[in-house]
Every structure is written in structure tokens, then in C-alpha cells.
Design a binder for this molecule. Structure first.
Ligand code: SER
Length: 317
């Protein structure tokens, strides 16, 4: 059986997508690779260490494992990208071009690549952001996402490559922590609420961003990739939405479970990034084309996060 390669397998999305793909298609059929070791390593076995910007390494993985599908998840997020724009361009765009070229050369069946709400910018309508709209991001991360979307569409039009993509909102999960993103507060709040009873939030309380519980994101990703080819009308990237809330609303939700919890707000450089992104996204095209729907609301997500993080952190009460 042809195999699936997941590049950037131990990041926020990969840590949950790899087990989901293995449960569905068989452990031995999913090759997980990342530039760093997973934690804990035994949960991700088998895996390989590989640099996503090294064309030779990626090509040999494709050829030696008879790969026909690639999920290319390796990426630097928005806040890290602002600290190191060169690295963001190199990792986010160069590695995508490598994967797309190899996909054409080796006639791969399908490629998945994640875009983000970061593809939008301050000139985009901020509420119910349409699928087709102004894309003038002001972060390097956003610039790499728009460039990547256009590259994907180009490879589809020019070479007929079946490349599919989603514009993820902020993703919330208890398994792998996010790193270097602007939406990280929506995860960090749970860790600090449980471990310290308080959280210093780096965006204003009225900051509203689109978010999603990770299980929905994984479900949507697999559903998109399994959809019949004729259902895929968007070849840049599909808007994908679930829930939108302000930082203060999230804090209030956490307080329902932990009544002594307090949240303070000390906006930093990430506020400007958050202010340039939509508050909510119109994903009706994904819902219509391939049947996307989300399951988790804010209350369910909060309940699960608190319950599971308590277990993970060994907190009894
Ligand atoms: N979660 C990402 C970030 O905050 C957005 O794609 O950078």
C-alpha cells in the first residue's frame, strides 16, 4: 500500500493528526517526520528526523516509502515569524515549493498544506470574512500563507496536482502546546489557570478571534482530504470556522470551572497581529462543497481542556 508522509509531524497539528491518520489507515502506512524528537518519543513511533527544507531528504523519503500523499505541516507561526522573517520565508515557502515540485515529479495523488486566518489583514472585512476577499496581511507569516496559497493554486492549474488546503483559525488542544503563535493565549490560559490560578493575557480583553477545538480541525482535515476531487472548488485554501470569542469571554468560561481564577491583560506586540486578523470567518463554501461542520462549542471545549489538562498535569482537585 502506498504511504502517507507527514512533515512537521510533532507540531501542534501533527501531534494529533498522525495518531488520527494511523488509527484510520494503519500505523505502518503513516511516515511521521520532523526536525526534532517528539515528546514522549514512544508515542510517535515509528518516526524519522528530517529537515523540511532539504529537498534530497524529502525526495528519498517519498521514493523509499512509495509515498502517494503528503501532509506538509512544517511552519513557523506568526509571532516567531516576526522575530525571524527570513526563517519564516525559508521554512514556510521554500519547503512548500520543494514538496509541490516533488509531488509533480513523483506523480503523488494528494498534498495537504495548512493556511491560516493570518492570510487576512487589516484591509479585509473583519466580521464573517468571505472566502474570496482582500488578502493583504501585515505579518511575514501571513505573507508566507498568501504566497503558499497562490503556489498551491498554481500547481493545481499548471500541473493538475491535487493539492488541498484549509485556513485554520486558532487551534486549541491539550496535547501538544502551540509555540510562537498569536492565538497561543487561548491555550496558555488553561495551563496557568490550573497551575497558578491566574493568567496574564497578552491581548486586550475585547480581542475577538476565530478559534477551534483541535478534534474539529483534525476531523475537517481528514474530511477535506477524503472528499471526491470534483467537490474541491477552492484551490487556494478553504475558510474554516467553528467558534469566535473574546479573551474576556474565554476567561469567564474558565472561571465557571475554577471560581478563584483571575485574568489580567498586558497586551504585547502580538496585540497588533491579533488586531489585523478577522473576528469571525464565513466558511459556508467548505460546508457546501465537502460537508464541513464543527462539533465543539466554547463550553464543551473548555470543559474538555480543563478535565484533560488536570489529568496531564497531575492535578487532583
Ligand atoms: N495560530 C496561528 C498563530 O497564532 C494562526 O495561524 O500564529
Amino acid at each position: 500500500m502506498a504511504k502517507t508522509l507527514v512533515i512537521g509531524a510533532f507540531g501542534q497539528i501533527g501531534s494529533e493528526l498522525v495518531p488520527a491518520l494511523r488509527a484510520k489507515y494503519g500505523r505502518e502506512n503513516i511516515i511521521a517526520v520532523d526536525i526534532r524528537e517528539p515528546h514522549p518519543p514512544e508515542e510517535m513511533e515509528p518516526y524519522e528526523i528530517c529537515d523540511a527544507t532539504d529537498k534530497g531528504e524529502i525526495e528519498s523519503l517519498i521514493v523509499h516509502n512509495q509515498v502517494d500523499t503528503v501532509y506538509h505541516l512544517a511552519s513557523l507561526l506568526s509571532a516567531s515569524g516576526e522575530k525571524n522573517p527570513d526563517n519564516a520565508w525559508r521554512l514556510n515557502v521554500k519547503s512548500l515549493k520543494i514538496v509541490l515540485d516533488l509531488a509533480v515529479k513523483h506523480k503523488l495523488k494528494k498534498v495537504f498544506w495548512p493556511s491560516s486566518i493570518a492570510a487576512f489583514g487589516p484591509t479585509t472585512p473583519r466580521v464573517n470574512t468571505p472566502q474570496h476577499t482582500i488578502l493583504e496581511p501585515t505579518t511575514m507569516y501571513g505573507v508566507t500563507k498568501v504566497s503558499g496559497e497562490l503556489l498551491c493554486q498554481y500547481y493545481h492549474h499548471k500541473y493538475g496536482l491535487d493539492v488541498r488546503s484549509l485556513r485554520y483559525p486558532g487551534l486549541i488542544s491539550y496535547k501538544a502546546p502551540p509555540g510562537g503563535g498569536t492565538t497561543d493565549y487561548a491555550v496558555g490560559i488553561f495551563y496557568d489557570a490550573l497551575q497558578k490560578g491566574k493568567y496574564e493575557c497578552f491581548v486586550r480583553p475585547d480581542t475577538i478571534l476565530p478559534m477551534m477545538y483541535m478534534d474539529d480541525a483534525i476531523e475537517g482535515t481528514i474530511k477535506l482530504m477524503e472528499a471526491p476531487v470534483e467537490k474541491i472548488a477552492v484551490r487556494t485554501s478553504y475558510n474554516l470556522a467553528a467558534i469566535s470569542f473574546s479573551a474576556a469571554e474565554l476567561a469567564a468560561e474558565v472561571k465557571k470551572h475554577l471560581p478563584k481564577f483571575t485574568c489580567t491583560y498586558v497586551p504585547d506586540a502580538r496585540q497588533k497581529i491579533a488586531d489585523s486578523w478577522p473576528q469571525s470567518v464565513d466558511d459556508s463554501q467548505a460546508r457546501k462543497d465537502w460537508g464541513w461542520k464543527h462539533t465543539y462549542g466554547v463550553a464543551e471545549m473548555t470543559t474538555i481542556m480543563i478535565k484533560e489538562l488536570k489529568k496531564k498535569l497531575g492535578i487532583r482537585k
